[in-house]
Structure formats: C-alpha cells, structure tokens
Design a protein around this ligand. Structure first.
Ligand SMILES: *[C@@H]1O[C@H](CO)[C@@H](O)[C@H](O)[C@H]1NC(C)=O
Ligand SMILES: *[C@@H]1O[C@H](CO)[C@@H](O)[C@H](O)[C@H]1NC(C)=O
Ligand SMILES: *[C@@H]1O[C@H](CO)[C@@H](O)[C@H](O)[C@H]1NC(C)=O
Ligand SMILES: [Zn+2]
Ligand SMILES: [Zn+2]
Length: 314
C-alpha cells in the first residue's frame, strides 16, 4: 500500500462517518421503523409485474385478512402481481378510504407502512367497508365499528360484574409501577360505558385477562415481528389475552419515535371486550397508529359498538 493511497482512505473514512451520522435520522424519519420497509420499494407496482417484494406484500395482505390463496393458486408463493393480489389491494384501499386503484399508489404505500395492530382487519370475512360519497362506486354506507363473528362477548350478570386482570410478561420492558397506571387509565375509559369493573388480581388469583410484553414467537398463533410493523395484539372474548410487542419503543409520555402505552392499551382492551377494527380514523378501534400519537379517548363509534354488545349502562 503506497502513500498515494492515503488521501483515498481518508475520503472513504470521511464518507463512512457522514453515512453513520446520516443514518439514524433517515431511519427515524420513516413512519414505520423497519418491518414494513419492503413496501417502499413496491411503490407504483401493479398487476402484471414481477418484482422482488411482491411475495412479501402477499404475506402482508394475508396476515391482515385481505388475501386468501387456495391450494390451486398458481401465484401464491411467487413474486407475480396477479389478479387476486390486485383485488386484495382494492379491498385494502376500500377499507382505508383510498381510491380503489388496485396498485400501490403513494398514499396506499404510506398507509400500509404505518405501525399497526396485529389483529387482522378482516376475520372470517367480517368487516365493514368505508365508501366515499364521491368514490368510484358512488354510494356510501355509514362508517362503522365491527364486532367479531357471532358477537362474542363476556357474560355479564350481577354476580359476575368484575373482570380480573393480571400482568405476565416474558420480556421485561416497562416497570410495573409505570405500566399499571397506564392500564388502569385505559380500563377506566371502557368502564365508563360498559357494566364491568376491572380489578387487578390478588396474588395467586385466577384472572380473566392477562396483559404482558412478548417478543417474536411467544406461544400463541401469531408471533411479533421485531421493531416496527405490528405493535400489539389481543384476542376476542373470552380468551382474555392482550400482548404488547416488546421490541417497540414504549412510553407513558411518547416522544415522536415512541408508542404510547395507554393509547394501545385502550385499543387492545377494545378487542378483549369484543370490538374488531373500525374504519373510522378517529375511533380508538382504527387499526393504524402513528409513533408519538396519543389517542386516549373513545370516539362515539367505539361507544356505539361496545353498547351494541353490552347494552346501554351509563
Ligand atoms: C383519489 O383520486 C382523486 C382523483 O384522481 C384525487 O383527487 C384524490 O385526491 C384521490 N384521493 C386519495 C385519497 O388518494
Ligand atoms: C373464525 O371461524 C373459525 C371456524 O368457524 C372459528 O373457529 C373462529 O373462532 C372464528 N374466529 C373469530 C374471531 O370469530
Ligand atoms: C372470570 O374468571 C373467574 C375465575 O376463573 C370466573 O369464575 C369468572 O366466571 C370469569 N368472569 C367472566 C365474566 O367470564
Ligand atoms: Zn387492533
Ligand atoms: Zn401474543
């Protein structure tokens, strides 16, 4: 290695430093963190194309309930943007109030990349779509809450007016002294409109609802996906499980790159009680969240939904 190489090395080192300083802001400026990043490269893609990442898009839309390939589908596992995928993209666009173009226009990509709840938007074919007054289909239905199939709910009686919850995590993330008040606040929002009272389990007491932090595969049918992507999930009545993804940045007072514990708790408790994803962006049961977002109240759509299940109590 001759002396004349030194200036080049110096330049390389300088570039490496520049890149290192630029990288963190670049990462944080993306709305999703990391997991849904593949979608960025698919922007503009449409039916008939064969592109790296289309297979991942299929897994994404399957995971959230929009796409169901059967055993005879030729393109279930390849990178081809086929008819079924186009129709799944249109269903997604309809659900989120976008133009039903069937291709990944910028707004669609942006929505799909948002951090979101891991519960599918469509379960067993039940969902309700949002239609625009001036949309291509030129009719509209009222945007609405959605219940689980069979209107699953917790049985209520005078003798059974309490639901007991406990904390149980496989990964330590937030101290219980910080987590507990956020969860108490979240339950309080629902207590105001349904007959149940929520009470933390005494030591050794059997609970109806278990709340905790977990990472990746953690023993239920749907694992988490690391930083970004899905934030949390919960199961319909009367399973009583609500899990936070331990790999997200959680806070009781979120900075722009952190997720709010209470906001997500109110949402997941909604699932625990029997609500599925709403198409109303202001509703707590809307499935997408922005980092830093504090949405700590029920919308009238949420109240209407929960009262449909449990009646008018307050
Ligand atoms: C839908 O398409 C119309 C007409 O091209 C456009 O004005 C509107 O902004 C689009 N809406 C969305 C949500 O992309
Ligand atoms: C979906 O349908 C299956 C089979 O009918 C049923 O076992 C399951 O509980 C349903 N899931 C929900 C959330 O309703
Ligand atoms: C809550 O759990 C307790 C203990 O298992 C059980 O007796 C009770 O019926 C459950 N409550 C409801 C509403 O299901
Ligand atoms: Zn959800
Ligand atoms: Zn889980």
């Amino acid at each position: 290695m001759g002396l004349k190489n030194y200036p080049t090395l110096g330049l390389q080192a300088f570039l490496v430093l520049v890149v290192m300083f630029m990288l963190p802001p670049l990462l944080f400026s993306k709305p999703n963190g990391h997991h849904f990043e593949f979608l960025q490269n698919l922007q503009g893609s449409h039916k008939g194309q064969k592109l790296d990442g289309v297979g991942k898009l299929k897994r994404y839309l399957e995971k959230f309930g929009y796409l169901h390939y059967n055993d005879h589908s030729t393109h279930a596992n390849d990178e081809e943007f086929d008819d079924q995928l186009e129709s799944a993209v249109k269903t997604y666009q309809l659900k989120y109030g976008l133009n039903e173009t069937g291709h990944l226009c910028p707004r669609t990509t942006e929505m799909m990349m948002m951090p979101r709840c891991g519960v599918p938007d469509i379960i067993n074919g039940t969902t309700r779509m949002k239609r625009h007054k001036h949309g291509p289909l030129s009719f509209h239905t009222v945007s609405h809450f959605v219940l689980f199939q069979g209107n699953r709910k917790w049985p209520y009686s005078i003798n059974q007016a309490h639901l007991i919850y406990k904390f149980e995590s496989s990964v330590p993330v937030i101290h219980i002294r910080l987590l507990r008040p956020a969860i108490v606040q979240a339950f309080a929002k629902w207590e105001y409109v349904i007959p149940f009272k929520f009470v933390e389990a005494r030591r050794g007491q059997v609970a109806n609802i278990t709340i905790g932090f977990h990472r990746r595969n953690h023993g239920d049918p749907v694992g988490f996906d690391g930083p970004g992507g899905t934030l949390a999930h919960a199961f319909p009545p009367t399973i009583g499980m609500f899990h936070y993804d331990a790999d997200e940045k959680w806070s009781t007072n979120p900075k722009p790159n952190e997720m709010d514990l209470e906001t997500i708790a109110i949402h997941e408790i909604g699932h625990v009680l029997g609500l599925q994803h709403s198409a109303v962006p202001e509703a707590i049961m809307y499935g997408l969240f922005s980092p830093g977002e504090k949405k700590r109240r029920l919308h009238k759509d949420d109240v209407l939904g929960i009262r449909t299940l449990y009646g008018l109590h307050r």
